[in-house]
Design a protein around this ligand. Structure first.
Ligand SMILES: [Zn+2]
Ligand SMILES: [Zn+2]
Length: 257
């Protein structure tokens, strides 16, 4: 039993051809996938996937790359789709200073705006933070009272110290994908995160785990991520699969499903 806490099955790399992927992910024991939106288009395509597949859920939100495109129309769309029974969070939102695809000032304003919106909508938030931890932490601290519905640091790339000293204090959840199979120092980060806060993700079609680097990623490759996390935290893959599935269901409020 595995749960993919963050995927992009609507990415053009899948070309709308999910039949083979669906069969593979079911064989791999994947029982749930949350498809994350990044812009207005992917809010619509994520909704369509959730309506088509019983195991698929979705988020609505504007990615920091697209912060420059945040308009009243985009916000109205988020509000409308958030009412859908399979919409589980506002995301992915945050700051990305690695690519700087949107001006940093716009990223900060849109991030803060969506934290307020998520609280208003009663939804947890899925955060994308890259090379922007200082500014992100300031915004999170200023919006501390808006984070009561839960925070997920997707594809967590921050330090062990930040997790221990800042995010654990926010009751954050953390999801890890293919990067833990090849990035260094993930053992130190994992050591400070309570096991009941750990989730697995693919972020597919990107972040393919070792030993399949170079291929397109999809949720059927989660067992590689699960096995690596198990090795790093000293549990069996079966224990990690169960633990992370339960954690994902708790975070996304799918415990009855
Ligand atoms: Zn992301
Ligand atoms: Zn993503």
């Amino acid at each position: 039993m595995l749960f993919d806490a963050h995927a992009h099955l609507d990415d053009e790399k899948f070309g709308g051809e999910l039949d083979g992927v669906v069969e593979k992910l079911q064989k791999a024991g994947v029982v749930g996938v949350v498809n994350a939106a990044c812009d207005e288009d992917s809010c619509h395509t994520s909704l369509a996937l959730a309506e088509k597949y019983p195991w698929c859920y979705f988020t609505v939100g504007i990615h920091p790359h697209c912060a420059k495109d945040y308009t009243p129309k985009a916000e109205a769309l988020i509000r409308r789709l958030a009412a859908h029974p399979k919409c589980v969070a506002v995301g992915e939102i945050g700051l990305d200073y690695h690519y700087d695809n949107s001006p940093r000032e716009a990223q900060r304003a849109v991030f803060a705006r969506q934290l307020v919106l998520a609280d208003e909508l009663g939804k947890p938030v899925v955060l994308h933070l890259r090379e922007a931890y200082e500014d992100a932490n300031q915004i999170l601290a200023e919006h501390r009272d808006k984070l009561r519905n839960g925070v997920l640091l997707h594809c967590y790339s921050g330090s062990a110290e930040l997790a221990r000293d800042v995010y654990n204090g926010l009751d954050a959840y953390y999801s890890f994908g293919g990067a833990i199979t090849f990035a260094k120092h993930k053992d130190k980060v994992l050591a400070v995160i309570p096991p009941e806060r750990l989730l697995l993700e693919t972020d597919c079609p990107y972040m393919t785990p070792v030993p399949l680097r170079g291929q397109r990623n999809d949720p059927s490759l989660l067992p590689y991520v699960c096995a690596k996390m198990a090795e790093l935290i000293g549990k069996t893959p079966e224990e990690v699969a169960l633990l992370t599935t339960q954690n994902a269901r708790r975070f996304y409020r799918l415990e009855d499903q």
